[in-house]
Design a protein around this ligand. Structure first.
Ligand code: ZN
Length: 192
């Protein structure tokens, strides 16, 4: 992977996270840590699926899709453009027609989505510490923030449903099933 070498500074900090680690400017974000924890389990399942891509979950044998890894922010930008142009995504999400900027986030280890700007943006860490963010499941998380029009909490149950549906449309029903089972087991649902 040809990643940018980070400028090491006071804010360069070690990340032990293998999942989503993200800042948010929104104040009421109840449920975020629970959702992050559940996502880490999903990511781990994808990481351990091996070359056969087969896993067993909730008594069901599944063949997981191959998850894309991105070597640069440019390739993330191309991917986001392709996802927002998918007919199924356009049909399901009105906000797919809204442009989103994809930019590098230097000196940071967390991916980030901002809606409160003229053009919404996804910022992706380009440093070696942030390289974990250049995986498809993390980019889909940020895109779900862009597409979520529920008006609910940033990482609340409606967002979780948007993420599940988007993942299903892009990666297929097995991936959506994984999210649905693990989120359900984690108590993330309509009443959470
Ligand atoms: Zn988020």
């Amino acid at each position: 992977m040809a990643a940018h070498t980070p400028k090491m500074g006071a804010d360069a900090r070690a990340s032990t996270s293998i999942g989503v680690r993200e800042d948010t400017t929104m104040t009421r974000d109840v449920g975020r840590s629970r959702l992050y924890g559940a996502e880490r389990m999903v990511h781990r399942l994808f990481d351990t699926a091996g070359t056969t891509r087969t896993v067993r979950l909730a008594g069901t044998d599944l063949t997981l899709p191959v998850e894309a890894r991105f070597g640069s922010v440019d390739s993330v930008r191309d991917y986001v453009t392709r996802v927002l142009a998918l007919p199924d995504v356009i049909d399901r999400f009105d906000r797919a027609s809204l442009p989103v900027l994809v930019r590098a986030r230097r000196g940071e280890t967390a991916a980030h989505y901002r809606r409160d700007v003229q053009t919404p943006e996804i910022a992706i860490p380009e440093s070696s510490q942030g390289r974990w963010a250049l995986r498809e499941l993390v980019v889909l998380h940020e895109l779900a923030h862009h597409l979520d029009d529920s008006g609910g909490r940033p990482h609340g149950p409606d967002f979780a449903e948007t993420l599940i549906e988007l993942t299903g449309l892009v990666l297929g029903p097995e991936a959506a099933f994984v999210y649905r089972v693990i989120f359900g087991d984690s108590g993330i649902g309509p009443s959470s």
